[in-house]
Write a protein that binds this ligand. Structure first.
Ligand code: NAP
Ligand code: F7E
Length: 323
Protein backbone atom coordinates (compact mmCIF):
# COMPACT_ATOMS: atom_id res chain seq x y z
CA UNK A 1 0.00 0.00 0.00
CA UNK A 2 1.67 3.30 -1.05
CA UNK A 3 1.75 6.17 1.42
CA UNK A 4 1.05 9.79 0.47
CA UNK A 5 1.58 12.91 2.53
CA UNK A 6 -0.86 15.72 1.75
CA UNK A 7 -0.13 19.19 3.11
CA UNK A 8 -3.17 21.48 3.14
CA UNK A 9 -5.45 18.46 3.65
CA UNK A 10 -8.07 20.65 5.37
CA UNK A 11 -8.35 22.85 2.25
CA UNK A 12 -10.63 22.45 -0.76
CA UNK A 13 -8.15 20.47 -2.88
CA UNK A 14 -6.70 18.54 0.04
CA UNK A 15 -10.11 17.10 0.87
CA UNK A 16 -10.79 15.93 -2.70
CA UNK A 17 -7.26 14.56 -3.13
CA UNK A 18 -7.43 12.64 0.16
CA UNK A 19 -10.72 11.06 -0.97
CA UNK A 20 -9.19 10.09 -4.31
CA UNK A 21 -6.06 8.56 -2.77
CA UNK A 22 -8.03 6.63 -0.13
CA UNK A 23 -10.18 5.25 -2.95
CA UNK A 24 -7.01 4.04 -4.68
CA UNK A 25 -5.89 2.19 -1.54
CA UNK A 26 -3.26 4.65 -0.33
CA UNK A 27 -2.40 5.22 3.27
CA UNK A 28 -3.00 8.99 3.48
CA UNK A 29 -1.13 11.15 5.96
CA UNK A 30 -2.73 14.60 6.23
CA UNK A 31 -0.65 17.43 7.63
CA UNK A 32 -2.56 20.05 9.62
CA UNK A 33 -1.32 23.12 11.41
CA UNK A 34 -2.13 23.65 15.04
CA UNK A 35 -5.01 26.03 15.69
CA UNK A 36 -7.18 26.77 18.71
CA UNK A 37 -10.29 25.59 16.88
CA UNK A 38 -10.65 22.54 14.66
CA UNK A 39 -10.70 23.24 10.89
CA UNK A 40 -11.69 19.74 9.75
CA UNK A 41 -15.07 20.62 8.19
CA UNK A 42 -14.03 19.44 4.71
CA UNK A 43 -12.51 16.14 5.88
CA UNK A 44 -14.92 15.20 8.67
CA UNK A 45 -16.43 12.41 6.56
CA UNK A 46 -13.03 10.71 5.99
CA UNK A 47 -11.23 11.74 9.15
CA UNK A 48 -11.15 8.22 10.61
CA UNK A 49 -9.46 6.90 7.47
CA UNK A 50 -6.67 9.49 7.53
CA UNK A 51 -3.55 9.70 9.63
CA UNK A 52 -3.63 13.29 10.83
CA UNK A 53 -0.27 14.77 11.82
CA UNK A 54 0.61 18.24 13.06
CA UNK A 55 3.10 20.25 11.04
CA UNK A 56 3.57 23.68 9.54
CA UNK A 57 5.30 24.91 6.39
CA UNK A 58 6.92 27.57 8.59
CA UNK A 59 8.64 24.87 10.61
CA UNK A 60 11.35 22.85 8.87
CA UNK A 61 11.89 20.29 11.61
CA UNK A 62 8.19 19.38 11.72
CA UNK A 63 8.46 18.46 8.02
CA UNK A 64 11.59 16.39 8.53
CA UNK A 65 10.02 14.51 11.45
CA UNK A 66 6.86 13.71 9.48
CA UNK A 67 8.86 12.31 6.55
CA UNK A 68 11.08 10.28 8.86
CA UNK A 69 8.16 8.83 10.77
CA UNK A 70 5.67 8.13 7.97
CA UNK A 71 8.04 7.42 5.04
CA UNK A 72 5.70 8.60 2.25
CA UNK A 73 6.22 7.54 -1.37
CA UNK A 74 4.54 10.73 -2.59
CA UNK A 75 4.20 14.25 -1.17
CA UNK A 76 1.49 16.60 -2.43
CA UNK A 77 2.29 20.14 -1.29
CA UNK A 78 -1.10 21.87 -1.35
CA UNK A 79 -0.65 24.06 1.73
CA UNK A 80 -0.42 27.79 1.05
CA UNK A 81 -1.77 31.21 1.90
CA UNK A 82 -3.96 30.95 -1.18
CA UNK A 83 -6.25 34.02 -1.12
CA UNK A 84 -4.89 36.65 -3.51
CA UNK A 85 -6.19 39.82 -1.72
CA UNK A 86 -4.66 38.67 1.59
CA UNK A 87 -1.30 38.47 -0.15
CA UNK A 88 -1.22 42.28 -0.31
CA UNK A 89 -2.15 42.77 3.34
CA UNK A 90 0.14 39.90 4.50
CA UNK A 91 2.84 39.89 1.84
CA UNK A 92 5.67 38.60 4.03
CA UNK A 93 3.61 35.77 5.50
CA UNK A 94 2.50 34.82 1.98
CA UNK A 95 6.15 34.66 0.90
CA UNK A 96 7.10 32.60 3.96
CA UNK A 97 4.41 29.95 3.41
CA UNK A 98 3.64 29.97 -0.30
CA UNK A 99 7.25 30.45 -1.48
CA UNK A 100 9.75 29.46 1.25
CA UNK A 101 7.48 26.67 2.49
CA UNK A 102 8.16 24.87 -0.79
CA UNK A 103 11.92 25.01 -0.23
CA UNK A 104 11.50 23.76 3.32
CA UNK A 105 9.59 20.71 2.05
CA UNK A 106 12.02 20.07 -0.82
CA UNK A 107 14.97 20.30 1.59
CA UNK A 108 13.25 17.87 3.94
CA UNK A 109 12.75 15.43 1.05
CA UNK A 110 16.36 15.82 -0.12
CA UNK A 111 17.66 15.12 3.37
CA UNK A 112 15.29 12.32 4.43
CA UNK A 113 14.57 10.39 1.21
CA UNK A 114 15.31 11.85 -2.25
CA UNK A 115 13.27 9.06 -3.89
CA UNK A 116 10.00 10.62 -2.66
CA UNK A 117 7.90 11.97 -5.55
CA UNK A 118 6.89 15.60 -5.01
CA UNK A 119 3.92 17.57 -6.37
CA UNK A 120 3.92 21.37 -6.11
CA UNK A 121 0.59 23.22 -6.37
CA UNK A 122 1.57 25.95 -8.83
CA UNK A 123 -0.96 28.40 -10.19
CA UNK A 124 -2.19 30.19 -13.28
CA UNK A 125 -1.77 33.38 -11.20
CA UNK A 126 1.89 33.11 -12.25
CA UNK A 127 0.82 34.17 -15.79
CA UNK A 128 -0.80 37.31 -14.36
CA UNK A 129 -0.70 40.05 -16.96
CA UNK A 130 -0.62 37.46 -19.69
CA UNK A 131 1.87 37.77 -22.54
CA UNK A 132 0.01 35.24 -24.71
CA UNK A 133 -3.36 33.53 -24.84
CA UNK A 134 -3.99 30.69 -24.25
CA UNK A 135 -1.31 30.08 -21.61
CA UNK A 136 0.83 26.95 -21.81
CA UNK A 137 3.89 25.55 -20.00
CA UNK A 138 6.26 27.74 -22.05
CA UNK A 139 4.35 31.02 -21.53
CA UNK A 140 6.52 33.53 -19.62
CA UNK A 141 5.31 34.50 -16.15
CA UNK A 142 4.20 38.03 -15.19
CA UNK A 143 2.65 37.74 -11.71
CA UNK A 144 0.41 40.57 -10.48
CA UNK A 145 0.21 39.94 -6.73
CA UNK A 146 2.52 38.91 -3.89
CA UNK A 147 0.71 35.55 -4.10
CA UNK A 148 1.57 35.18 -7.79
CA UNK A 149 5.18 36.17 -7.11
CA UNK A 150 5.43 33.61 -4.29
CA UNK A 151 4.02 30.89 -6.57
CA UNK A 152 6.62 31.74 -9.24
CA UNK A 153 9.31 31.15 -6.62
CA UNK A 154 7.68 27.85 -5.59
CA UNK A 155 7.53 26.78 -9.23
CA UNK A 156 11.17 27.54 -10.01
CA UNK A 157 12.53 25.99 -6.83
CA UNK A 158 10.61 22.82 -7.77
CA UNK A 159 12.22 22.88 -11.23
CA UNK A 160 15.60 23.68 -9.69
CA UNK A 161 15.57 20.74 -7.25
CA UNK A 162 14.65 18.50 -10.18
CA UNK A 163 17.60 19.80 -12.18
CA UNK A 164 20.08 20.16 -9.28
CA UNK A 165 19.43 16.98 -7.33
CA UNK A 166 17.46 14.79 -9.74
CA UNK A 167 14.39 14.82 -7.48
CA UNK A 168 11.08 13.66 -8.95
CA UNK A 169 9.59 17.12 -8.39
CA UNK A 170 6.65 18.11 -10.55
CA UNK A 171 4.84 21.43 -10.87
CA UNK A 172 1.14 21.40 -11.70
CA UNK A 173 0.17 24.82 -13.07
CA UNK A 174 -3.52 24.66 -12.25
CA UNK A 175 -6.08 27.18 -13.43
CA UNK A 176 -8.93 28.17 -11.09
CA UNK A 177 -10.89 25.18 -9.83
CA UNK A 178 -13.96 25.41 -7.69
CA UNK A 179 -16.51 23.28 -5.87
CA UNK A 180 -19.14 23.45 -3.15
CA UNK A 181 -16.15 23.17 -0.76
CA UNK A 182 -14.50 26.37 -2.03
CA UNK A 183 -13.69 28.95 0.66
CA UNK A 184 -16.42 31.58 1.06
CA UNK A 185 -14.24 34.55 0.09
CA UNK A 186 -13.38 33.30 -3.43
CA UNK A 187 -15.64 34.85 -6.03
CA UNK A 188 -17.41 31.70 -7.25
CA UNK A 189 -18.43 30.55 -3.79
CA UNK A 190 -19.20 34.11 -2.73
CA UNK A 191 -21.66 34.22 -5.63
CA UNK A 192 -23.24 30.78 -5.09
CA UNK A 193 -23.58 31.46 -1.36
CA UNK A 194 -24.94 34.97 -2.03
CA UNK A 195 -27.50 33.63 -4.52
CA UNK A 196 -28.70 31.06 -1.98
CA UNK A 197 -29.01 33.69 0.77
CA UNK A 198 -30.94 36.05 -1.52
CA UNK A 199 -33.22 33.22 -2.66
CA UNK A 200 -33.99 32.33 0.98
CA UNK A 201 -34.72 35.99 1.83
CA UNK A 202 -31.62 36.28 4.06
CA UNK A 203 -29.91 38.99 1.97
CA UNK A 204 -30.99 41.67 -0.49
CA UNK A 205 -27.82 42.28 -2.49
CA UNK A 206 -24.42 40.85 -3.33
CA UNK A 207 -21.43 43.21 -3.36
CA UNK A 208 -18.65 42.24 -5.78
CA UNK A 209 -15.59 43.81 -7.40
CA UNK A 210 -14.50 43.54 -11.03
CA UNK A 211 -17.21 41.71 -13.00
CA UNK A 212 -15.21 41.74 -16.23
CA UNK A 213 -12.29 39.59 -15.02
CA UNK A 214 -12.15 36.33 -16.99
CA UNK A 215 -11.06 32.98 -15.61
CA UNK A 216 -10.69 29.40 -16.83
CA UNK A 217 -12.85 27.71 -14.18
CA UNK A 218 -13.00 23.95 -13.66
CA UNK A 219 -14.16 21.50 -10.98
CA UNK A 220 -11.69 20.71 -8.17
CA UNK A 221 -12.67 17.01 -8.14
CA UNK A 222 -11.40 16.70 -11.74
CA UNK A 223 -8.17 18.56 -11.00
CA UNK A 224 -6.97 16.36 -8.13
CA UNK A 225 -6.97 13.45 -10.59
CA UNK A 226 -4.47 15.40 -12.70
CA UNK A 227 -2.27 15.85 -9.60
CA UNK A 228 -2.20 12.11 -9.01
CA UNK A 229 -1.55 11.33 -12.69
CA UNK A 230 1.43 13.70 -12.66
CA UNK A 231 3.12 11.68 -9.94
CA UNK A 232 2.46 8.40 -11.79
CA UNK A 233 4.19 9.65 -14.97
CA UNK A 234 7.55 8.20 -15.96
CA UNK A 235 9.35 11.50 -15.56
CA UNK A 236 8.69 14.70 -13.61
CA UNK A 237 7.79 17.93 -15.40
CA UNK A 238 5.50 20.94 -15.60
CA UNK A 239 1.86 20.60 -16.62
CA UNK A 240 -0.81 23.19 -17.32
CA UNK A 241 -4.23 21.98 -16.14
CA UNK A 242 -7.41 23.80 -17.15
CA UNK A 243 -10.50 23.53 -19.32
CA UNK A 244 -9.37 25.68 -22.27
CA UNK A 245 -12.46 27.91 -21.83
CA UNK A 246 -12.72 31.36 -20.32
CA UNK A 247 -15.73 33.08 -18.72
CA UNK A 248 -16.26 36.39 -16.94
CA UNK A 249 -17.38 36.91 -13.36
CA UNK A 250 -20.47 38.52 -14.92
CA UNK A 251 -21.29 35.30 -16.83
CA UNK A 252 -20.86 33.32 -13.61
CA UNK A 253 -23.38 35.67 -11.92
CA UNK A 254 -25.81 35.42 -14.83
CA UNK A 255 -25.93 31.62 -14.71
CA UNK A 256 -25.90 31.39 -10.90
CA UNK A 257 -28.80 33.83 -10.37
CA UNK A 258 -30.62 32.52 -13.45
CA UNK A 259 -30.49 28.98 -12.06
CA UNK A 260 -32.86 30.01 -9.23
CA UNK A 261 -34.99 32.23 -11.46
CA UNK A 262 -33.39 35.59 -10.53
CA UNK A 263 -31.85 38.39 -12.64
CA UNK A 264 -28.34 39.14 -11.34
CA UNK A 265 -28.59 42.78 -12.46
CA UNK A 266 -31.18 43.44 -9.74
CA UNK A 267 -28.95 42.17 -6.91
CA UNK A 268 -25.27 42.57 -7.78
CA UNK A 269 -23.69 45.83 -6.63
CA UNK A 270 -20.18 46.71 -7.79
CA UNK A 271 -18.11 47.82 -4.82
CA UNK A 272 -14.62 49.31 -5.24
CA UNK A 273 -13.62 47.72 -1.91
CA UNK A 274 -13.27 44.45 -3.79
CA UNK A 275 -11.09 45.80 -6.61
CA UNK A 276 -7.44 44.73 -6.51
CA UNK A 277 -4.34 46.94 -6.65
CA UNK A 278 -3.28 45.01 -9.77
CA UNK A 279 -5.75 42.72 -11.56
CA UNK A 280 -5.36 39.57 -13.63
CA UNK A 281 -7.79 40.29 -16.46
CA UNK A 282 -7.79 37.16 -18.58
CA UNK A 283 -6.79 33.56 -18.00
CA UNK A 284 -7.33 30.74 -20.45
CA UNK A 285 -5.35 27.51 -20.53
CA UNK A 286 -3.92 25.35 -23.25
CA UNK A 287 -3.96 21.97 -21.46
CA UNK A 288 -2.70 20.02 -24.53
CA UNK A 289 0.33 18.57 -22.72
CA UNK A 290 -1.75 17.19 -19.82
CA UNK A 291 -4.26 15.81 -22.32
CA UNK A 292 -1.66 13.99 -24.41
CA UNK A 293 0.88 12.93 -21.75
CA UNK A 294 -1.41 12.27 -18.78
CA UNK A 295 -4.57 11.38 -20.75
CA UNK A 296 -6.34 13.85 -18.47
CA UNK A 297 -9.41 15.85 -19.32
CA UNK A 298 -12.04 17.62 -17.24
CA UNK A 299 -15.48 16.00 -16.88
CA UNK A 300 -17.52 18.87 -15.39
CA UNK A 301 -18.36 21.81 -17.70
CA UNK A 302 -18.78 25.47 -16.72
CA UNK A 303 -22.60 25.61 -16.45
CA UNK A 304 -22.68 22.30 -14.57
CA UNK A 305 -20.09 23.64 -12.11
CA UNK A 306 -22.03 26.85 -11.43
CA UNK A 307 -25.30 24.97 -10.96
CA UNK A 308 -23.66 22.37 -8.70
CA UNK A 309 -22.33 25.13 -6.44
CA UNK A 310 -25.62 27.02 -6.29
CA UNK A 311 -27.61 23.82 -5.60
CA UNK A 312 -25.24 22.87 -2.78
CA UNK A 313 -25.55 26.29 -1.13
CA UNK A 314 -29.33 26.42 -1.56
CA UNK A 315 -29.57 23.03 0.16
CA UNK A 316 -27.10 23.96 2.88
CA UNK A 317 -28.76 27.29 3.69
CA UNK A 318 -32.23 25.75 3.47
CA UNK A 319 -31.16 23.08 5.97
CA UNK A 320 -29.71 25.66 8.36
CA UNK A 321 -32.72 27.96 8.24
CA UNK A 322 -35.02 25.00 8.99
CA UNK A 323 -33.05 24.17 12.17
P1 NAP B 1 -7.24 26.39 0.43
O1 NAP B 1 -8.62 25.84 0.45
O2 NAP B 1 -7.01 27.81 0.80
O3 NAP B 1 -6.35 25.45 1.40
C1 NAP B 1 -5.07 25.86 1.83
C2 NAP B 1 -4.56 24.84 2.86
O4 NAP B 1 -3.26 25.24 3.29
C3 NAP B 1 -5.43 24.72 4.12
O5 NAP B 1 -5.49 23.36 4.48
C4 NAP B 1 -4.62 25.50 5.15
O6 NAP B 1 -4.85 25.09 6.47
C5 NAP B 1 -3.21 25.13 4.71
N1 NAP B 1 -2.17 26.01 5.24
C6 NAP B 1 -2.10 27.36 5.17
N2 NAP B 1 -0.99 27.81 5.75
C7 NAP B 1 -0.31 26.73 6.22
C8 NAP B 1 0.91 26.54 6.90
N3 NAP B 1 1.67 27.57 7.27
N4 NAP B 1 1.30 25.28 7.18
C9 NAP B 1 0.53 24.23 6.85
N5 NAP B 1 -0.66 24.34 6.21
C10 NAP B 1 -1.07 25.58 5.88
O7 NAP B 1 -6.56 26.18 -1.00
P2 NAP B 1 -7.02 25.23 -2.22
O8 NAP B 1 -7.97 25.98 -3.08
O9 NAP B 1 -7.37 23.88 -1.71
O10 NAP B 1 -5.65 25.17 -3.04
C11 NAP B 1 -4.67 24.17 -2.77
C12 NAP B 1 -3.32 24.64 -3.30
O11 NAP B 1 -3.42 24.84 -4.71
C13 NAP B 1 -2.81 25.96 -2.74
O12 NAP B 1 -1.41 25.89 -2.69
C14 NAP B 1 -3.24 26.99 -3.77
O13 NAP B 1 -2.40 28.12 -3.70
C15 NAP B 1 -3.04 26.19 -5.03
N6 NAP B 1 -3.88 26.54 -6.18
C16 NAP B 1 -5.23 26.60 -6.03
C17 NAP B 1 -6.02 26.86 -7.14
C18 NAP B 1 -7.53 26.90 -7.02
O14 NAP B 1 -8.16 27.42 -7.96
N7 NAP B 1 -8.11 26.36 -5.96
C19 NAP B 1 -5.43 27.03 -8.40
C20 NAP B 1 -4.04 26.93 -8.51
C21 NAP B 1 -3.28 26.66 -7.38
P3 NAP B 1 -6.07 25.69 7.37
O15 NAP B 1 -7.28 24.86 7.01
O16 NAP B 1 -5.58 25.47 8.75
O17 NAP B 1 -6.23 27.13 6.97
O1 F7E C 1 -11.01 35.91 -7.90
C1 F7E C 1 -12.75 38.88 -9.29
C2 F7E C 1 -11.32 39.07 -8.84
O2 F7E C 1 -10.56 35.38 -5.53
C3 F7E C 1 -11.33 35.66 -9.26
C4 F7E C 1 -7.07 31.19 -5.92
O3 F7E C 1 -7.49 29.86 -5.74
O4 F7E C 1 -7.32 31.00 -8.30
C5 F7E C 1 -7.72 31.76 -7.18
O5 F7E C 1 -7.32 33.11 -7.31
C6 F7E C 1 -11.63 36.96 -9.96
C7 F7E C 1 -10.61 38.08 -9.74
O6 F7E C 1 -9.68 33.86 -7.36
C8 F7E C 1 -14.82 39.68 -6.44
O7 F7E C 1 -10.90 40.43 -9.02
C9 F7E C 1 -14.75 40.20 -8.53
O8 F7E C 1 -10.29 38.69 -10.98
O9 F7E C 1 -12.06 33.84 -6.86
P1 F7E C 1 -10.89 34.72 -6.82
P2 F7E C 1 -8.25 34.23 -7.98
O10 F7E C 1 -7.75 35.54 -7.49
O11 F7E C 1 -8.33 34.02 -9.45
C10 F7E C 1 -5.91 30.99 -8.55
C11 F7E C 1 -5.65 30.12 -9.76
C12 F7E C 1 -5.12 30.63 -7.35
O12 F7E C 1 -4.05 30.04 -7.46
C13 F7E C 1 -5.55 31.22 -6.06
O13 F7E C 1 -5.02 30.50 -4.95
O14 F7E C 1 -12.86 37.47 -9.48
N1 F7E C 1 -13.73 39.33 -8.30
N2 F7E C 1 -15.42 40.43 -7.41
C14 F7E C 1 -13.75 38.99 -7.01
N3 F7E C 1 -12.98 38.15 -6.30
C15 F7E C 1 -13.26 37.98 -4.98
N4 F7E C 1 -12.53 37.11 -4.27
N5 F7E C 1 -14.29 38.65 -4.38
C16 F7E C 1 -15.10 39.53 -5.06
O15 F7E C 1 -16.01 40.13 -4.50
Amino acid sequence: MPTALVTGVTGQDGSYLAELLLGKGYQVVGMVRRSSTVTFERIQHIQDDLIIVQGDLHDQSSLVSILEEHKPDEVYNLAAQSFVPTSWSQAVLTGEVTAMGVTRMLEAIRLVDPKIRFYQASSSEMFGKVVEAPQRESTPFYPRSPYGVAKVYGHWITVNYRESYGLFSTSGILFNHESPRRGLEFVTRKISHGVARIKQGLAEELRLGNLDARRDWGFAGDYVEAMWLMLQAETPGDFVVGTGETHSVREFCEIAFGHVGLDYQKYVVQDPRFYRPAEVDLLISDPARARSMLKWQPKVGFRQLVEMMVDADVTRIGDTSRV
